[in-house]
Design a protein around this ligand. Sequence first.
Ligand SMILES: NC(=O)c1ccc[n+]([C@@H]2O[C@H](COP(=O)([O-])OP(=O)(O)OC[C@H]3O[C@@H](n4cnc5c(N)ncnc54)[C@H](O)[C@@H]3O)[C@@H](O)[C@H]2O)c1
Length: 307
Amino acid sequence: MSASSGSIAIIGAGSVGSAVAYSLLLRQVVADIILVDIDHNLCQAQVQDLSDATFLSNVRIRQGSVEDARKADIIIVTAGAKQKPGDTRLDLIDRNFKVLKSILQSLQPIRSDAILLIVANPVDILTHFAQGLSGLPKGQVLGSGTLLDSIRLTRILASKLKVADSSIHSFVIGEHGDSQCVAWSAATVQGTPLLKVLPLTEAEREEIATMTKMKADAIIRVKGFTSYGVAAVTARICEAIIFDHRQVLPLSHWQEEWDCCLSLPAVLGRGGIVSSFPLHLQDSELSFLSNSAEYLKKVISEYSKDL
Ligand SMILES: NC(=O)c1ccc[n+]([C@@H]2O[C@H](COP(=O)([O-])OP(=O)(O)OC[C@H]3O[C@@H](n4cnc5c(N)ncnc54)[C@H](O)[C@@H]3O)[C@@H](O)[C@H]2O)c1
């Protein structure tokens, strides 16, 4: 596979940003990757380290400024504070809202066809604010959302069923955080409803949903951060955009019905979110989703005055 001629800028060259660069490089998604960080020495060291891996692909990687990032096809934001053990993703809002605001101010004038991909947490709230602050059409601003949670869920289900992950379609929806929920009624194995081939009790479903939700906390408690999963997910999102895959992925994007950004399946292509993909949910799942939306909107309204 050869890389497309496009470019991707990653703002934030810490654990997540550097792992994203590494995934993009190995997958040869674009020919040029630009890393940007306010910590110039760290950024330079990450670029030097990553450049030792470019012999595997035809990808160029370099350190750049926000002005360079402006010209990229996709701009990924991984800059900001990360969770400390015991923190929720929402605990990061104060710091990361300010970081996002300053980055988006510096990115102006942004390329009118750029795709802005938010990975920093709390991802749904930052995606919501990025839509307003960037001036881009809402479909061009998205967050990695619950794609990572959905992949974690699928892994658990696949191991129970002893089938390949790719045979299962299962979605975590709502907030990438504590109020997320599993869309059990929409989960299928090769077209058959999952609960028909894997009849789980309510307690078992709750246990799987909790394991999915708490996986990041378990990792952070030991190694201090997560990076590989989110990096692989981010590379998958970028591939779908650059190569116009039209893949259906659970991503944080604008939801007219819920009046905020949260994750539901969406068709992803070259222009960003092509459309939301309808999920037929049960009343109990809709009520979870509604709680997730109410929770996010409450935080958004608190910060809206600081815009
Ligand atoms: N969405 C997901 O699924 C997911 C998964 C893991 C981590 N995250 C989030 O990703 C973010 C980054 O995590 P990390 O582990 O890489 O943290 P990190 O501390 O290793 O890296 C963050 C980097 O951002 C840089 N930075 C801060 N302000 C900046 C600015 N204004 N401009 C440019 N760079 C700036 C810092 O210098 C640092 O290098 C966190 O918010 C974390 O919660 C999201």
